[in-house]
Write a protein that binds this ligand. Structure first.
Ligand SMILES: O=C(O)CCC(=O)C(=O)O
Length: 279
């Protein structure tokens, strides 16, 4: 049975990248401090309790991808200071810088994925296929972290992942069950993974446990993100954030390596809206 490595966050960044490059993903134990985990849980668990399972809208593919017994909650920046702190975590930022290029990316989505009792396995997928036209053969288009806000177990829906599948040819090769494992991890750990690795939410066979993960990834800055952060984050909240978090949420313009700015305001860097407030 293939496995993912567990590393502690005290290891060097290079050891983390080596594991991701080898297996397509790695679990970093104790990624979040107990204090940050407790604060984030206090901030987001009331949102989880109040939210509905499943997606509205009647699109069959989307209903299945989302999961009928799964709650998904976005727009966290206005609700969780802990999340903004985590967004600025140096190792998390280093993962974006390493795989996508320094300041060459922004936040794709920061989504609580809460898998409830009786949920069936999610369809396996590669995150990068959200952007099928992107130059995937040149490297990473997206990299993601799933932060465990509760323990992830085989019973309650730990992510299913196929180690090594980031190197398999074809858009979506067939995956045999024996080629997969589960990202079992303690609350506070993080699964860090390549946009090329095949994975999906796991089935929840428990009677009463909710598996709560924060699925938060980065995408190249010139691609459209899954989540529309600027519609759910108030200017007031954005202005109070560190500059890196503002950039990640699109409140600062993206400056491509060899071209003009994208995401401007009055043909200026969107950061004028942040900096004017500070002046
Ligand atoms: O929740 C999980 O474990 C994975 C979910 C996922 O990969 C997705 O919805 O894109």
């Amino acid at each position: 049975m293939p496995e993912l490595s567990h590393l502690n966050r005290s290891v060097s960044e290079q050891e983390i990248w080596n594991a991701i490059d080898r297996d397509g993903g790695v679990i970093v134990d104790n990624f979040m401090s107990p204090d940050l985990l407790a604060r984030m849980r206090d901030e987001v668990m009331p949102l989880v309790a109040a939210h509905h399972s499943g997606v509205k809208g009647g699109n069959e593919f989307w209903e299945e991808f989302h999961g009928t017994e799964t709650k998904r909650i976005t727009g966290l920046a206005d609700h969780s200071k802990g999340w903004i702190e985590l967004l600025c975590d140096p190792i998390y930022k280093a993962m974006g810088d390493h795989y996508l290029g320094e300041d060459n990316y922004y936040l794709n989505t920061a989504q609580l994925i809460c898998i409830g009792p009786d949920e069936t396995p999610q369809m396996l997928h590669r995150d990068e296929l959200n952007w099928p036209e992107a130059p995937r053969e040149k490297g990473e288009v997206t990299v993601t972290a799933i932060f465990a806000l509760t323990d992830f177990t085989e019973e309650n829906g730990a992510t299913v992942i196929a180690p090594g599948s980031h190197k398999w040819p074809g858009d979506m090769p067939e995956v045999k069950p024996e080629q997969t494992c589960r990202a079992v991890m303690k609350a506070g750990a993080a699964l860090l993974y390549s946009g090329k690795v095949i994975h999906g939410g796991g089935p929840n066979s428990s009677k009463d446990q909710w598996r709560v993960g924060l699925h938060a990834g980065f995408v190249l800055g010139w691609l459209r993100a899954e989540e529309n952060h600027q519609l759910t984050t108030s200017l007031e909240t954005a202005r109070a954030m560190p500059e890196h978090a503002q950039r990640m949420l699109g409140f600062r313009s993206y400056v491509p390596p060899a071209a003009a700015r994208l995401g401007m305001v009055n043909y200026e860097d969107a950061g004028i809206l942040m900096d004017e407030a500070a002046a």
